[in-house]
Ligand binder design. Structure first.
Ligand SMILES: Nc1ncnc2c1ncn2[C@@H]1O[C@H](COP(=O)(O)OS(=O)(=O)O)[C@@H](OP(=O)(O)O)[C@H]1O
Ligand SMILES: Nc1ncnc2c1ncn2[C@@H]1O[C@H](COP(=O)(O)OP(=O)(O)O)[C@@H](O)[C@H]1O
Length: 311
């Protein structure tokens, strides 16, 4: 007895696939099986390459990965299948059995059965095109320390050298992507996490991404560092003491915070954790305070020395 198996996705690919008796349990992890064994199974997802087709099938409790080799023509005909009823199944094992590289479905956070889709054009190809290395320059410091000013000076100077940059500024991103977030600790963390992920994409695009965020918590900055390949996260601490920032107070926010009109303001009644070890410290202390463009040059010489301004 046969019944047509239709995957929930709207692909016409499986129209000619038929299935028969149910899978008997327990089934051996590796066995020659055909589509007749698929009766009653739901196809939750699939992926295919030129040479092979992999179905993810399951009743409700567990998904099984079933690899089917391709026949000729437009249809995938079941000449051999591997049912994975064994939790020790690995991608390497599958590849060894089939002679092809399988890609693995994952569950990430609340996303289930997702597949990484790779593109043949990689970071290195884009870097070659741009003649630079993608990285993240993470500016951290108190409000009024000079993050935005230095970010702009850096971007301007790199741009004039023909380097592609993009600034992710905390204030600006709170106008859009992060407008749902407040300044509570967990929202600041989420703000940093999202911007870290966006910065990672920019770096992967080959861009020199400059972030300008207070990013007051060490663990959040470290989590962003961990997203990137070693060396590509360049943490720059703008070391301007509170009294300097407060004296500048360009937006009048310190004054409001001191008056109790803004609650949880960084440096006043909310913490700032300076980096323990970071790539660059820009000191803004005493009469020796350098101009924003001098500070940008310090960062640029770091990039030069570490090979980020060439491919
Ligand atoms: N409570 C409180 N604490 C600190 N800062 C505050 C607050 N409320 C508003 N602002 C303004 O928001 C800017 C900081 O946003 P960020 O996204 O960089 O902050 S954080 O990294 O999530 O802590 C920050 O901008 P900068 O002065 O450029 O740092 C402030 O102008
Ligand atoms: N290196 C510097 N020397 C003197 N003043 C600076 C320097 N960097 C920034 N400033 C001034 O400090 C104020 C705050 O700078 P801003 O870039 O807005 O800080 P942040 O983005 O950290 O809040 C601005 O008025 C700016 O002109």
């Amino acid at each position: 007895m046969t019944a047509a198996l239709r995957p929930p996705c709207a692909s016409g690919m499986f129209h000619n696939i038929e299935c028969g008796p149910p899978v008997t349990s327990p089934s051996p992890p590796t066995e020659n099986l055909g589509f007749p064994m698929l009766r009653g199974a739901n196809v939750a997802g699939f992926y295919s390459s030129r040479r092979s087709l992999v179905l993810h099938c399951g009743r409700s409790d567990s998904l099984k990965r079933i690899k089917v080799k391709e026949n000729t023509g437009n249809w995938f005909k079941p000449i051999k299948a591997i049912v994975d009823s064994d939790s020790s199944w690995t991608e390497e094992r599958g590849a060894a059995l089939s002679g092809t590289n399988l890609r693995q479905m994952s569950n990430v956070g609340k996303s289930t059965n997702i597949l990484w889709h790779a593109c043949p054009i990689q970071k290195q190809d884009r870097e070659q095109l741009l003649q630079q290395k993608g990285c993240v320059i993470w500016l951290t410091g108190l409000s009024g320390s000079g993050k935005s000013t230095i970010a702009c000076a850096l971007s301007r100077s790199l741009h004039s050298r023909g380097k592609l940059t993009y600034i992710l500024d905390g204030d600006n991103l709170r106008h859009g992507l992060n407008q749902d977030l407040s300044f509570k600790a967990e929202d600041r963390s989420e703000n940093i996490r999202r911007i870290g992920e966006v910065a990672k994409l920019f770096a992967d695009a080959g861009v020199i991404c400059i972030t300008s965020l207070i990013s007051p918590y060490r663990k959040d900055r470290d989590a962003c560092r961990a997203l990137l390949p070693k060396g590509d996260f360049i943490e720059v601490f703008i070391d301007a003491p509170l009294h300097v920032c407060e004296a500048r107070d360009p937006k009048g926010l310190y004054k409001l915070a001191r008056a109790g009109k803004i609650k949880g303001f960084t440096g006043i009644d909310d913490p700032y954790e300076p980096p323990c070890s970071c790539e660059i410290v820009l000191q803004q202390k005493g009469s020796d305070c350098k101009s924003p463009s001098d500070m940008a040059e310090i960062v640029i010489s770091y990039l030069e020395e570490n090979g980020y301004l060439g491919a």
